[in-house]
Design a binder for this molecule. Structure first.
Ligand SMILES: *Cc1c(COP(=O)(O)O)cnc(C)c1O
Length: 359
């Protein structure tokens, strides 16, 4: 059974991207690979018009969490003090990474359905102890798009650097690359960029990458090592060659479809279709449209329905949806509209949901 994936990555692929992944065999020490690597690295910078003189993209094998862990462990110097903003699973994951690596940190914890409390952030930053802030851009737990523009401004004001988990927003939402406070973002190939899993990346300011943790906290995740080799048309270890082939194709598609703004418009249209269709069946969204990302929306399960019943019913119709996390698991389900899907697919989804809810 080939399903339409409405989970937040991996996504349904276009035929061209799927074919590109297995299009050829490449040795990662040959010039053909390095041309590919160069094209993908500069393609990633081009998505948001980041100048290669001040920004660098570093490709890494692994999932989104790998990119996140590499960004935090590499770009937080040994004497750094980190403020973590938590309003969901992924914010909490940042604190967990800091704890594991013995990075000095403190967290501002919000209930998962809440927006960032900027008064609390300003108060924390005003003590002058923090050197860095880490936050999640699109908190996939609830579908909330955190206001990182305001956060970046606040970081600028207090002279601290901002590290962003943009794993589920890179390629489809606005990211404040023009803020001098923004030091780096972590991203992945298999969410809004529509590539295959196994490849992730960090886009960082070259100045931040030069002021990294010394001695390193890791060998295989230390970004300056990857950066140095990739800048010299090299690679320290075996890269995920096939995922890089797929990402090149996916980036070309993104450009043809109007870049990140084109993708955002597309996602907004598709997410709106689902939202309106569900509203007609009296299914309520967890958050308002103005606080939600274009990428994924969370909905309350109708009375008397368990997630498993809805999930299993829809899977029979060829759709994979996604459960809630943690304490929200019994209350909600999530639908992402990333990937190579159409309005027609979602019309069929809504018809299937109606059937499942009628039983
Ligand atoms: C998906 C996701 C991650 C990382 O997930 P992986 O399973 O490691 O790829 C991190 N942060 C956010 C916001 C995400 O949506």
């Amino acid at each position: 059974l080939r399903c339409i994936l409405l989970n937040p990555g991996p996504v349904s692929l276009s035929d061209a991207v799927r074919k590109a992944a297995v299009s050829t065999d490449l040795c990662h020490r040959e010039p053909e690979y390095f041309e590919l690597q160069d094209e993908v690295r500069s393609g990633l910078l081009d998505v948001y018009g980041c100048s290669p003189s001040s920004w660098a993209s570093v490709l890494l094998g692994g999932s989104g969490t790998t990119a996140l862990e590499a960004m935090l462990t590499s770009l937080l110097p040994r004497d750094a003090c980190l403020l973590v903003i938590e309003n969901g699973v992924y914010g909490e994951r940042i604190s967990r990474i800091a704890r594991i690596h013995g990075i000095e940190h403190e967290a501002i914890e919000h209930p998962w359905t809440d927006a960032i409390d900027f008064e609390q952030v300003a108060e924390a930053l005003s003590n002058g102890l923090f050197t860095h802030v880490a936050a999640v851009h699109h908190e996939t737990t609830t579908g909330r798009l955190n206001d990182v523009q305001t956060l970046a401004k606040m970081c600028e004001h207090h002279g601290v650097q901002l590290l962003l988990d943009a794993v589920s927003s890179f390629g489809a939402e606005h990211i404040p690359f023009d803020s001098p406070a923004l030091a780096a973002v972590a991203g992945t190939a298999n969410k809004c960029l529509h590539g295959i899993p196994g490849l992730c990346f960090v886009i960082g300011r070259r100045s931040a990458l030069q002021n990294s943790a010394e001695p390193p906290r890791s060998l295989s995740m230390h970004l300056p090592l990857w950066l140095e080799k990739q800048d010299q048309q090299g690679t320290p270890f075996t890269p995920s060659v096939n995922a890089v082939l797929a990402l090149r194709e996916a980036l070309r598609e993104l450009e043809r479809h109007g870049g990140w703004e084109g993708r955002r418009a597309r996602y907004r249209d598709l997410a709106g279709q689902v939202r309106n269709g569900l509203a007609a069946m009296s299914v309520e969204p967890l958050l308002g449209e103005n606080e939600s990302s274009c990428v994924l929306n969370a909905y309350r399960l109708p009375e008397g329905f368990t997630y498993d019943r809805v999930h299993d019913g829809l899977k029979q119709w060829g759709f994979v949806i996604y459960a809630g996390q943690g304490s929200l698991v019994a209350e909600m389900f999530r639908i992402s509209t990333m990937g190579d899907i159409t309005r027609y697919d979602l019309e069929r989804l809504l018809a299937a949901i109606e059937t499942v809810f009628k039983r």
